[in-house]
Design a protein. Structure first.
Length: 79
């Protein structure tokens, strides 16, 4: 996991090779190996994220969600 200057990452288990960008808030979450959490992501407590997961910017993952391995999460904006 990379060092973060402007994020809150509290009581999390982060797998080897996982990259978390700045400007994220992550609470009591388990994240697997080789995942990537982009900037401006908010993850509530009790979330479990598998290995090789990419969470794109501006995503919100609410309490208790479980995400498997090899998943891409993308925020879609409607016009």
């Amino acid at each position: 996991m990379s060092e973060s200057k402007f994020s809150i990452i509290k009581d999390c288990k982060i797998g080897e090779g996982t990259l978390i960008k700045d400007f994220t808030n992550i609470y009591k979450t388990k994240i697997g190996k080789n995942s990537k959490i982009h900037s401006f992501v908010y993850i509530e407590e009790g979330v479990e994220i598998g290995d090789n997961v990419i969470v794109r910017p501006h995503s919100v993952i609410t309490e208790g969600i479980k995400i498997g391995n090899d998943v891409l999460l993308v925020k879609v904006f409607k016009q």
